[in-house]
Design a protein around this ligand. Structure first.
Ligand SMILES: [Zn+2]
Length: 260
C-alpha cells in the first residue's frame, strides 16, 4: 500500500514537473512572439529598412525563400537592389539603341535602353559634345538570362561566396529595367573603374546628369544604403524632376523613396 502511494506520488510529481517544464518552454517560445520581437529578429537588418509599403514603389511578392520580387517593374522609380529583385520573365518592351557613341560596332542587346532613356541620353551626350566632353556608352540593358550566365560563370571561377560579393544575383541588376546604362570615356580606355569619377568627363557627368533625368545611382560612401561600392559610371534614369531633387539633396534612390 505504502509502495503504491509512493509510486503514485512519484508519478504525480513527475507529471507536474514535466508540466511546468512544458509550460516554461511554451512561455519561452510564445512570449517573444506576443510583442513581435521574434519576427523582427529574423528579418535581416537591410530588410527592416526596405520601403516595400511605399505606394510609389509598389507592393512586392515574396518567394517561398522570402526573397522580395518587384510587382511594378516598368515604373520609372522602380527600386531594384539586393533586397528587391525583378521577375525572371520581365523584359521591357520597345528597347532601342540610343544614337550615342559606343566603343564597339556590334548591335548587341547591351546597347539598348528604353525609348525615354534613349532620348534623354542623346540630349545629355549632345550637350557633353558641345562642351568638348568625350563620353561613350558601354553597357545598357542586361537580360535576366545574361545576369544568370554571368553569376554562374563567377560561381564557377571564384566559388559561390566570392561570387555573391562581386556580382548581382539574377534579377537584382538594375540593368534589366532598361533604365540604366554604364558610361565611360576614352581617357581611361572605356573602362568601368572608380578613376572615371576623377576624370574631366566623370566630373562633368556628376554635375550635369540630373538635368537630363539621370542620377549616379551608387554614390561614394553610400554602400551601406545601396549595397554597392561607388560606381561613377552607372547612370540610372528617373526623370528630370526626381533626378534634380535626388542629386541636389545628395540622396540615394533608397533614401529618396523612403521619404515618400
Ligand atoms: Zn551598371
Amino acid at each position: 500500500m505504502n509502495k503504491k502511494i509512493f509510486i503514485i506520488g512519484l508519478l504525480l510529481l513527475m507529471i507536474s514537473y514535466s508540466g511546468i517544464k512544458i509550460f516554461a518552454i511554451d512561455n519561452l517560445i510564445f512570449q517573444p512572439n506576443l510583442n513581435g520581437s521574434i519576427e523582427n529578429d529574423h528579418i535581416p537588418p537591410q530588410q527592416k529598412n526596405d520601403p516595400s509599403n511605399n505606394p510609389i514603389i509598389g507592393p512586392i511578392k515574396r518567394t517561398k525563400a522570402g526573397k522580395a520580387i518587384i510587382t511594378q517593374p516598368t515604373s520609372k522609380l522602380v527600386l531594384v537592389n539586393k533586397n528587391r529583385a525583378l521577375p525572371a520573365d520581365f523584359r521591357p518592351t520597345n528597347l532601342t539603341i540610343p544614337n550615342i557613341p559606343f566603343p564597339f560596332e556590334e548591335n548587341v542587346p547591351k546597347k539598348q535602353v528604353r525609348p525615354i532613356v534613349a532620348q534623354a541620353l542623346e540630349k545629355l551626350f549632345t550637350q557633353a559634345k558641345q562642351e568638348n566632353i568625350k563620353l561613350a556608352g558601354i553597357s545598357g540593358y542586361r537580360s535576366y538570362q545574361r545576369q544568370k550566365n554571368i553569376f554562374n560563370y563567377n560561381v564557377r571561377r571564384k566559388g559561390k561566396k566570392e561570387a555573391n560579393k562581386t556580382s548581382a544575383q539574377p534579377g537584382e541588376s538594375e540593368h534589366q529595367t532598361g533604365l540604366a546604362i554604364d558610361v565611360s570615356s576614352p581617357k581611361i580606355n572605356y573602362q568601368l573603374i572608380e578613376k572615371f569619377g576623377e576624370t574631366k568627363a566623370g566630373k562633368w557627368l556628376a554635375n550635369n546628369a540630373s538635368k537630363y533625368g539621370f542620377i549616379i545611382r551608387y554614390p561614394k560612401a553610400k554602400k551601406r544604403i545601396t549595397g554597392y561600392q561607388y560606381e561613377p559610371w552607372h547612370l540610372r534614369y528617373v526623370g528630370r524632376k526626381h533626378a534634380l531633387k535626388i542629386s541636389s539633396n545628395n540622396l540615394t534612390l533608397e533614401q529618396y523613396l523612403q521619404q515618400g
